[in-house]
Design a protein around this ligand. Structure first.
Ligand code: ZN
Length: 79
């Protein structure tokens, strides 16, 4: 599950790499609504348990990033 933090590699594509005033969710390519749906499907599929753990880790990651947004910006998702 720690490996799922690698999803933040898409932050490296942005300039500046880290900006406290920016909301990751909806901004970075792997933090969009479509990838989040994919993570949810990974978590919900019953067959491959490693994929489930990865999906869960990614959903937790998105949740934490979203909470970070809400605390700093007052919204959950970058429009
Ligand atoms: Zn992130």
């Amino acid at each position: 599950m720690v490996l799922t933090m690698l999803v933040d590699i898409d932050h490296l594509l942005a300039t500046p790499i880290y900006d406290a005033e920016r909301c990751s969710i909806g901004f970075h390519p792997l933090h969009g609504l479509l990838p989040i749906i994919v993570y949810l499907l990974m978590f919900l599929q019953p067959r491959f348990c490693y994929l489930r753990y990865a999906g869960l880790g990614l959903l937790i990651h998105m949740g934490l990033d979203s909470i970070d947004c809400y605390v700093n910006q007052g919204y959950w998702y970058q429009p």
